[in-house]
Design a protein around this ligand. Structure first.
Ligand code: ZN
Length: 134
């Protein structure tokens, strides 16, 4: 599958079609999700938009291999990690369980960031490694 990219100008432009809501629904809307302890909870869409904006990059991959994304001021490792994660959703055999699939994609992202950092370390060019090693 050929992977394509579609960039969005604002977080709101991206999250509204993702959640299938209209822009005016962001202010009062909530979605159900899981907190860091795995408990079901309600999240304010407004807060989610704010967290995405702080992160600097966010998006999703649709069923046709298109990565829909927004970014602004994200660090290079964050951009690399984001795209590796999204590409992973189109690579190999996805897990049926959504949480496991996200964890699988996160592992791909870690591999990509580590591999890129090692490549920078042995490259003689002007780029500098970005991971801290002991
Ligand atoms: Zn994902």
């Amino acid at each position: 599958m050929q992977i394509t990219l579609k960039r969005y100008r604002t977080v709101e432009d991206l999250i509204c079609p993702y959640l299938r809501i209209r822009r005016k629904e962001i202010a009062a809307g909530t979605i159900r999700g899981w907190d860091s302890d795995g408990n079901t909870t309600e999240f304010s869409i407004r807060e989610i938009v704010d967290v995405i904006r702080e992160t600097g990059i966010w998006g999703y991959t649709d069923n046709f291999g298109c990565i829909h994304y927004w970014h602004e001021k994200a660090t290079f490792p964050s951009i690399l990690e984001f795209f590796a994660h999204e590409i992973a959703h189109n690579t190999g055999k996805p897990c049926e369980d959504k949480t496991e699939e996200e964890l699988r994609a996160d592992e791909y992202a870690k591999v990509a960031v580590q591999a890129y950092d090692f490549a920078l370390r042995i490259n003689q060019g002007p780029c500098k490694p970005f991971l801290r090693h002991e």
